[in-house]
Design a protein around this ligand. Structure first.
Ligand code: CAO
Length: 533
């Protein structure tokens, strides 16, 4: 495969033009016409498209470099003979280099027809934006309409100052050189710009078949500030097109390019959270107005590997973000004294083993939580989607967070308040095994009223679990029990203390409800005889 260079085409004689953006990287496979760099004079920006297809093997310029016609930009490994037309065909024309307009037709009444100037021979070019309306006063050079081919967008400026009398076109119309855009009443009847110039000039020779890759062919040597902006937006044609395709109001997007120029990634970053929020179906609120996170290229800092997340991890990430953004969450901490519970559990171990059960502290905690949900029903609710009502549940189904190789799953123990300790232990073990084997059914993960997330086997003093919204309003985090000195009024005595963290949705649950729930829970765990009361 031959290595070929891509050079700066004819940019209308402009010299030492700054490279403000490099849109590609080594290894990218270019198609002909793909934007590779953006150049900028003090008056205009120009996207330089590839005139050859191929894989980029070297980039010969850096942002900030100054280039002129024939400066080498890239080296590509061209695909076969696919190299495109020779350099003679320019793809960029500087706004500073005037492309003379078709002659304006001066009416005796000082009203002139505003017409589409020479647009490089392109025919049937779509109007994508109309920047003025009848009655507007314009200065010479003000943008009237924006045209777009599939490769370039062009602003058509007013060639004289005056008042727009009428418009003859609308968005979506197809126009060519000479098409009348509307009628302009010129100031004092004078047409500011010379109009007799031929359709083409040396400075902007006609490009190949398509329209020139310019941001604004000028009908007259007008000030080119508008070239880079429509309204307050500073963006190239490819970015404008993407924004239009996605229905994005570019004025709402912050540009991260040089001098605030909008880039495609800015548009994507703006759209992504909106789409994600819409897809997540979050109905109890929304994440609008949340600024997008910047896109970071970590390979700049060292070697990296990108691994796709499992389906479960992706769903968990979505659920966590939903919860984080929608639920005003509070977490309350306390320690439960499990000295007696542990003594009882150890005394039951042999019996448990005999019947094939594994009795960890967890079934005791499930039993205590079930009792707390009955005693303090303020936690056994969901926020109604109308945002004004609370759904009270007359059943006690408890979710158990299970860590699996593919991510977090939460199977649900149904009617936990009506089950004995061995039954709970067996069911938790069965569900945890099914979760790890990837055999849980959707029904086994639905209907939970409250979740317990136990990291007790792993360690830690406490954590702030996330409420599973919208179905639940509370979740209990269980950390590792340890012996601590506890003051009994006379002396410090060693007690086995279990750290608990209770997170709750403060829309549904008040701090006093949470305080009562936690106090009850701690008292039951501390003395299981309370379950009999
Ligand atoms: N303090 C001290 N020891 C504890 C404990 C605690 N709070 N909880 C459990 N242990 C002990 C158990 O008694 C057991 O020891 P023995 O074998 O000597 O009895 C050991 O730790 C291992 O317990 P286990 O993990 O096998 O069983 P479990 O009933 O405690 O938990 C399950 C079951 C499924 C909840 C757990 O395996 C699991 O997956 N936990 C992770 C949950 C999770 O990821 N939560 C985070 C969600 S948010 O990201």
């Amino acid at each position: 495969m031959a290595i070929q260079t891509i050079k700066v085409p004819d940019i209308g004689g402009a010299e030492g033009v700054e490279v403000i953006e490099i849109s590609v990287k080594v290894g990218d496979v270019l198609a002909e016409g793909d934007s590779i760099v953006v150049l900028e004079t003090d008056k205009a920006s120009m996207e330089i498209p590839a005139d050859k297809a191929g894989k980029i093997v070297a980039i010969k310029v850096n942002v900030g470099d100054k280039v002129s016609q024939d400066s080498i930009l890239l080296e590509v490994e061209a695909e076969g003979e696919a190299a495109a037309a020779p350099q003679a065909a320019p793809v960029a024309a500087p706004a500073a280099a005037p492309v003379a307009a078709a002659p304006a037709q001066v009416a005796a009444s000082a009203e002139i027809n505003m017409v589409v100037p020479d647009i490089g021979g392109a025919e049937g070019v779509e109007i994508i934006e109309i920047a003025v309306k009848a009655g507007d006063e314009v200065a010479a050079g003000d943008s009237l309409v924006v045209l777009e081919t599939d490769k370039a967008s062009m602003e058509i400026p007013a060639e004289a100052a005056g008042k727009i009398v009428s418009l003859a076109v609308k968005v979506g119309d197809k126009v060519s050189q000479g098409t009348v855009i509307g009628v302009l009443a010129t100031l004092g009847g004078a047409v500011a710009a010379p109009v007799a110039a031929p359709a083409k000039t040396e400075a902007a020779p006609a490009p190949k078949a398509e329209a020139p890759k310019v941001e604004a062919p000028k009908a007259a040597p007008a000030p080119a500030a508008e070239v880079e902006q429509t309204g307050d937006v500073y963006a190239g044609p490819a970015v404008r097109k993407l924004a239009r395709q996605l229905g994005v109001d570019m004025g709402k997007v912050s540009g991260t390019g040089p001098r605030g120029r909008l880039q495609k990634d800015d548009i994507r970053a703006y759209v992504k959270p909106i789409v994600q929020a819409a897809q997540s179906g979050a109905s109890l609120g929304g994440g609008s107005g949340i600024p997008a996170l910047p896109v970071i290229d970590y390979s700049k800092f060292g070697e990296i590997e990108i691994v796709k997340m499992s389906k479960i991890k992706k769903l968990t990430a979505e659920a966590m973000t939903r919860s984080w953004l929608n639920v005003p969450r509070i977490t309350q901490f306390d320690d439960a004294d499990i000295t007696d519970l542990e003594a009882f559990r150890n005394s039951m171990k042999a019996e448990a083993e005999k019947r094939g059960s594994k009795l960890t502290p967890l079934p005791f905690i499930v039993k205590a939580v079930a009792a707390a949900l009955v005693a303090e029903p303020s936690f056994n609710v969901s926020m109604h989607q109308d945002g004004e009502s609370i759904v009270h549940k007359k059943f006690v189904h408890i979710g158990i967070a299970v860590d699996t190789p593919n991510g977090l799953l939460v199977p649900v123990v149904r009617n936990a308040d009506k089950k004995g300790l061995f039954e709970l232990a067996d069911e938790i073990n069965m569900l945890a095994k099914k979760a790890r084997d990837g055999k849980l059914t959707p029904a086994e993960m639905q209907g939970g009223c409250f979740t317990i997330s136990s990291l007790g086997a792993m360690g830690g003093n406490g954590f702030t679990p996330m409420v599973s919204a919208p179905t639940e309003v509370g979740i209990l985090g269980v950390s590792r029990a340890q012996m601590k000195p506890v003051w009994n009024g006379k002396e410090f005595i060693p007690r086995n203390m279990l750290p608990l963290s209770l997170s709750y949705d403060h829309r549904a649950v008040n701090g006093s409800d949470a305080g009562r729930f936690m106090t009850y829970l701690v008292s039951v765990i501390g003395d299981l005889r309370r379950l009999l009361l």
